[in-house]
Design a protein around this ligand. Structure first.
Ligand SMILES: Cc1ncc(COP(=O)(O)O)c(C=O)c1O
Length: 411
């Protein structure tokens, strides 16, 4: 399985939508074939359209507030005494996380398709919040599908969704988390696709949703590349880009501009949710036990039983609590361009605590998994190594969980 040079990863699939010949594709109901074909045509047209790109770039600059900061974590670096540690502050983006990039593209496509309604899924609530923000901005009706369990654990984002005038559809099936929210959202779209545009909140789903999402979040690494050149005059020799992995949209965005660099020049490290320390449950299909299966219209590594039934997952992070992963990350794993590990709930909490004690930043529990890996590996290197963590979400949404687990919350 080989990655081609000079071609965006989102486009490195065969005619049936498979990356590396086996991941992704379009496992969809007959009724979705036409809306998916229409969306594919719409996106392929507008991704090359100058006016569309200019409008998007203006929104990224003036509405999202890009570029987000690239900062050195001086205290953490000194405390750990190894590699130089930096953070790309994607949580600076309007709304507090990377999900805004994909939401903007979908709202723009929804308008171009002359549809007045948009729907999406959410786990951590950030994707739902961002879709509610763009829906308000573009004058669209918006439904956000969210598991009951996530509604209970991500209250601040739910309040924001409602404040923006969007409707939260509570999902009571299955584990009542992200996986069920995506399923319900797709089900709703099947019956309403003539009037409603659907956006999936990560780099998952049938091929076209993977492409739209990756095309949107790639903004992160475009910015980072320019910031690295400004800071160092080049891309530093031993760079490690560490990102948490739920479906994989922030990691794709963080890495995509650097795919053609050699692994020992720019290494990609994805960190999945290892779940509670003393539990067998996790949400880490790339780094723990899983097998290739089909979920949400695509083939990918899945946490499933021998009959292909999806197994229960567990993570302190709603945004990482998903039993499968993007076909692109399966491709990056099998082609050995990226390596994947996991951090437990406790490691993520400890990382959050240390970071907020030492630095003036406050990552949500999803990027705290990535910080846990950085904290683990940085002491093994010297200052010639540059570790950069994508701090892709703000912790405010996790206030209740952090208070409960750490006794108090301070930013
Ligand atoms: C802040 C944050 N980070 C990471 C994720 C994980 O998703 P992805 O892997 O698509 O970036 C989420 C998902 O909700 C999130 O809200």
């Amino acid at each position: 399985m080989k990655i081609k040079k000079g071609i965006p990863l989102i486009d490195q699939h065969d005619k049936n939508g498979f990356y590396g010949g086996k991941f992704g594709g379009n496992y969809i109901a007959e009724t979705l074939k036409r809306p998916i074909d229409d969306l594919t045509k719409l996106f392929q047209k507008y991704r090359k359209d100058r006016n569309f790109i200019t409008e998007r770039d203006n929104l990224y600059r003036n509405y999202v507030g890009t570029p987000t900061r690239f900062i050195k974590l001086e205290n953490l670096t000194n405390y750990l005494g190894g590699a130089q540690i930096y953070a790309k502050m994607v949580s600076d983006a309007n709304g507090g996380a990377h999900k805004i990039y994909n939401a903007i593209t979908h709202a723009m496509l929804c308008k171009r398709a002359n549809k007045k309604y948009i729907c999406t899924d959410t786990g951590a609530g950030y994707n739902g919040k961002m879709f509610s923000m763009v829906a308000k901005k573009f004058g669209l009706g918006c439904k956000v599908f969210m598991g009951k369990r996530d509604i209970e654990r991500q209250k601040p984002n739910c309040e924001a969704i409602k404040k923006n005038g969007a409707e939260i559809i509570q999902v009571n099936s299955g584990s009542k988390t992200l996986v069920d929210a995506v399923s319900e959202c797709i089900r709703y779209w099947v019956s309403n696709c003539d009037k409603v545009h659907m956006g999936i909140g990560s780099l998952v789903g049938p091929n076209i949703f993977v492409k739209i999402c990756g095309w949107s979040t790639a903004q992160i690494s475009r910015e980072l590349k320019a910031q690295l050149i400004e800071e160092f005059g080049e891309i530093p020799r031993k760079t490690k880009l560490i990102n948490c992995i739920g479906g994989g949209s922030s990691a794709y965005g963080f890495w995509s501009e650097f795919v053609d660099y050699k692994k020992n020049h720019v290494e990609f490290i994805g960190v999945e949710a290892g779940g509670p320390k003393n539990s067998k449950l996790h949400a880490a299909p790339l780094s723990k036990n899983s097998s290739i299966g089909i979920l949400h219209g695509a083939a990918a590594y899945c946490i499933q039983d021998k009959d292909g039934q999806i197994n229960q997952t567990e993570s302190i992070s709603s945004g990482l609590d998903y039993p499968s992963v993007s076909p692109i990350h399966c491709f990056l794993k099998d082609s050995r361009r990226a390596r994947y590990s996991s951090a437990t709930d406790e490691e993520a909490l400890n990382a959050f605590k240390l970071i907020t004690e030492l630095e003036d930043i406050s990552p949500s529990l999803e990027p705290s998994h990535a910080f846990a890996e950085a904290i683990k590996i940085a002491p093994r290197f010297d200052e010639s190594t540059t570790v950069i963590v994508n701090s892709c979400g703000d912790s405010l949404k996790d206030i209740d969980i952090i208070k409960k687990r750490l006794g108090s919350y301070s930013r």
